[in-house]
Structures are given as C-alpha cells and as structure tokens.
Design a protein. Sequence first.
Length: 157
Amino acid sequence: MTCEFDLEVVKMRQEFGIYVFRFFKMYDPYYVIVDDQIPCMEMSDGRPVPFFSKCANPHLFWVSLVEKAYAKLHGRYFALNGGTTDEALEDLVGVPVENCFIDNGTTMTDKTTLFNCIKTICYNHCVIGCKLDFEMFPSTDPLEKQKVYSKAKSLGL
C-alpha cells in the first residue's frame, strides 16, 4: 500500500491545526489525521498543561501531537498503558526491533558482545532504544527500584 501526501496540502492543513502522522502496524503504514486540540488540565496558577505527554519546553507540543495520533490509532489514550518500548519503536519506524538484555555478564549480554552489537547498530544507522525493566529484577526492593529510577532520570536516561 502506498499513500503519498502533497507537501503543500500538508502544510496548508497544519496552518488550520490538522496534522498527518504515519505509523506502522505489522509493517504496514497507517496514516492518522489529528487536530491540534490537546487534552489539558489547569494548574493552580491557571496555566493549561497537557494531561498526558509533554515536552520539557512548554512552547513545543509535538510530543503531545504524536501521542494523540498514536492513541487514535489504538482507539484511546488508555490503550497505550502497558505497551513496550520495542512495540512502540516498531510502530514508529516500521522495522523489526531486537532486544538486548544486560546484567553482570553471566547470564545475558556481556559487555564485549553488547559493545560490538551497539557498534554494528550504529554503523547500519539503526534506531536504538533503552528502557529500565524492573520486572527483570524481582528481588530488588521497591525503594531500591525507585532510587535506581530516580538516578537514571537525573542522568537523562
């Protein structure tokens, strides 16, 4: 299936608050059209803030638009809860995603193999995603999990 959009038509629609996004499901492209009306909540100072995802820069709202289109593809916002990083990457770029698990090197990917894998991925200009999967560490106490998450967040991971 091919679907081409005239760039001028897309630009004209953006002027009117209409955006077109392309996602993939089972590697087939799906085009989703959304408006620029983002669900917001009002802060105590009266300022509206997007209810779901938002950019760190309050003057940009592309993250909210992508999320709105992705939610529309799946039927509603709450359908996005519980998805995985690899599913989202496949839907965004339309190519298969591989997982690489990291631990102390005894049962999963050792650091040499991981380095070579990342080097190959970069050489081939592929997309790289990263996630912290606490389900892989069931023995870790919840307070310790929160400390690790906070540390990763402070490092921008």
